[in-house]
Design a protein around this ligand. Sequence first.
Ligand SMILES: Nc1ncnc2c1ncn2[C@@H]1O[C@H](COP(=O)(O)OP(=O)(O)O)[C@@H](O)[C@H]1O
Ligand SMILES: [Mg+2]
Length: 351
Amino acid sequence: MLELVELTKVYPGATAPVVALDRVSLTVGRGEIFGVIGRSGAGKSTLIRCINLLERPTSGTVRVDGQDLASLDTRALNAARRDIGMVFQHFNLLSSRTAFDNVALPLEIAGRKPAEIAPRVAELLELVGLADEARRYPAQLSGGQKQRVGIARALANRPKVLLCDEATSALDPETTIQILDLVADINRRLGVTVVLITHEMNVVRRIAGKVAVLERGRMLESGAVYDVFTRPQSETTRSFVAETVGYSLPAALRATASRHPGVGAATLLRVDLTDAAAREPLVSELSRRFALDLNIVAGRIDEIQGRPFGSLAMIAAGKPDCIETAIGHLRQRNVHVEVLGHVPADDRPAA
Ligand SMILES: Nc1ncnc2c1ncn2[C@@H]1O[C@H](COP(=O)(O)OP(=O)(O)O)[C@@H](O)[C@H]1O
Ligand SMILES: [Mg+2]
């Protein structure tokens, strides 16, 4: 549905040119919810504005449903833009127009007749749960309701793609969840492809199937949300993931853990479990098979998109060769194991 190839955008800038996008390539399949995450200034808004050519890319290609947008004349481009709906962080509603008339606006611009507009707007307001607020003005609506108007307006011309630029960043956490669930529901019911731009991993996690991580105009990594969450490749991605599913070791343990194994020392391990391994009684199995004493000192067990995953920090005490064999056994079963350090065996903090 959407294909960006080597997309580059350089702004002139006040003193030196600003490279806002540096050869970004990504493909979004029909009907997907695709998240793009990055910190402020990463180039997210530039990316989204290049997708509908509000901003002309310096180089690279944007294809929407197979059409190269840059090759279109003004008229064809305007038609193609109607296939792309946009939702903004600050809603961008016209304060002098009611909810109804805000949603009607894109239909008026597209030259629809009033007799056609009224039932369509009613249907859209119903879809976003605002049937009873049609006559209210933006000032009379809550943030969540304003964003519902924004979403209804973006859907008015039955777009193939819905671009959301920080659509929930101005909302409180509870309203954020409601709006995200609405977007997911619309995606399911209408089959519209969604590109979700955000700086919050929780947003990606809740509804996106795939995610790309953007930093200083570059795409660091992309893939299925589950894979990126459970196997982040870059430091930036790791810190995003840590915001939503992270944990830290107890301070006392961090202070005593050493890189060097000592006589009779126990090993501090980090064990990341995904899919099948996350469903198995792995800890008791390790303990039994390899005669280890295992003490879980930190961790998190969770699920993403219905798939379980966990990460546990544990102290393993036992014969050194048994610990080695146990680690090998885990790795053979596709469990990611990292030796975080060594602690005195008789100095294990209580779990
Ligand atoms: N119109 C512009 N002129 C010059 N620099 C810009 C312009 N728009 C954005 N930038 C710069 O491009 C970079 C990316 O900005 P932006 O796409 O808004 O990032 P984000 O949405 O991720 O916060 C920033 O360094 C920003 O200052
Ligand atoms: Mg932005």
